[in-house]
Design a binder for this molecule. Sequence first.
Ligand SMILES: Cc1ncc(COP(=O)(O)O)c(C=O)c1O
Length: 377
Amino acid sequence: MSNLFNVYSLWDIEPIRAEGCKVWDKNGTEYLDFYGGHAVISIGHTHPHYVKTIENQIEKIGFYSNSVQNSLQHELADKLAEQSDYTDYALFLCNSGAEAVENSLKLAAFYTGKKRVIAFRESFHGRTSGAVAITDNPAIQSPFNTGHEVTFVPLNDIDAVNHELEKNDVTAVIIEGIQGVAGIIVPEKEFLKQLEATCNKHNVPLILDEIQSGYGRTGKFFAHQHASVKADIITMAKGMGNGFPIGGVLISPAFEAKKGMLGTTFGGSHLSCAAGIAVLDVLKEEKLIENAAKMGEYLKNELSKIEQLDEIRGEGLMLGFALSPEYAAVQNKLLFESKIFTGSAKGNVMRLLPPLSVTKNEIDIFISEFKKQIEKL
Ligand SMILES: Cc1ncc(COP(=O)(O)O)c(C=O)c1O
């Protein structure tokens, strides 16, 4: 019995090696990865360019501190600006999704001088104090987290948002590009446009949480770009480092930086920047965002032919569908019999989040195994 604090439900599988869209456990069994370690693996496991870049960097210098020049941070910011099309936004680097969210909330509140946050029902934004307070799940909030002023409104309900904004005490509106934990719920495009307009009108920062839906996963750099809207602040993590812990906040030029207003010891380290740059280089070089769009469409189309499934939700390679109770066991069957990892979400939803490098052949294997398992139930 070891001393790990026992907070996770674990599958009894121990991956020890991985490559592209495949993972091998300690017994040598091969798995297909349609979970991407929870939407984290973007360019594929152990991509050779990524591995080499990290190796080369750690041989030179892995870390110093944010009190010295680090040109890797500039290279990462420039490449991110170019690929995300947020060319005039500034980048703050941190270490995780929750930390990105926490900093985005602080930034908005420094700007507005106000406190109350508008978030959406069924939202998930992380586990730290502010992030979990704006997460619509009381079961994971402790009394320590409940002092924040937060109002949850229904997704796609612009009247509810307007009603709150008119009270003139709101510091930010935060929304996920696509709600992941809630079960892959895509905000309506028209709603996102109205949300952008009303936030602009009230001069309240609109924060787009793209931690799960960003970095090309949906076939555009950020999911909200499908609706052609622009956010004031964008949070990123997961796919940004392909497994290396790195998070970031993209910040509109309307926000003025002041020394010390945000900070972190590890954020922006040489090693994390090297990982982040390698991810952006591979995304571009191998056209993985285009691949996510193309393969996502193919996967969605193949899933839509399976009569046991109703609506297939999501964009690109962030897809989900509800399983009726008689098919609830399919996820475990896929994992333990077909050797395919998939994700789950609220409401008996199966979440598919493969690496953006997934191939048509790998999708065909998934579809054929999925059909086989669902027909057996
Ligand atoms: C939309 C969203 N925001 C924030 C987070 C928190 O990220 P992290 O677990 O890196 O703190 C997650 C993680 O699942 C997420 O999906």
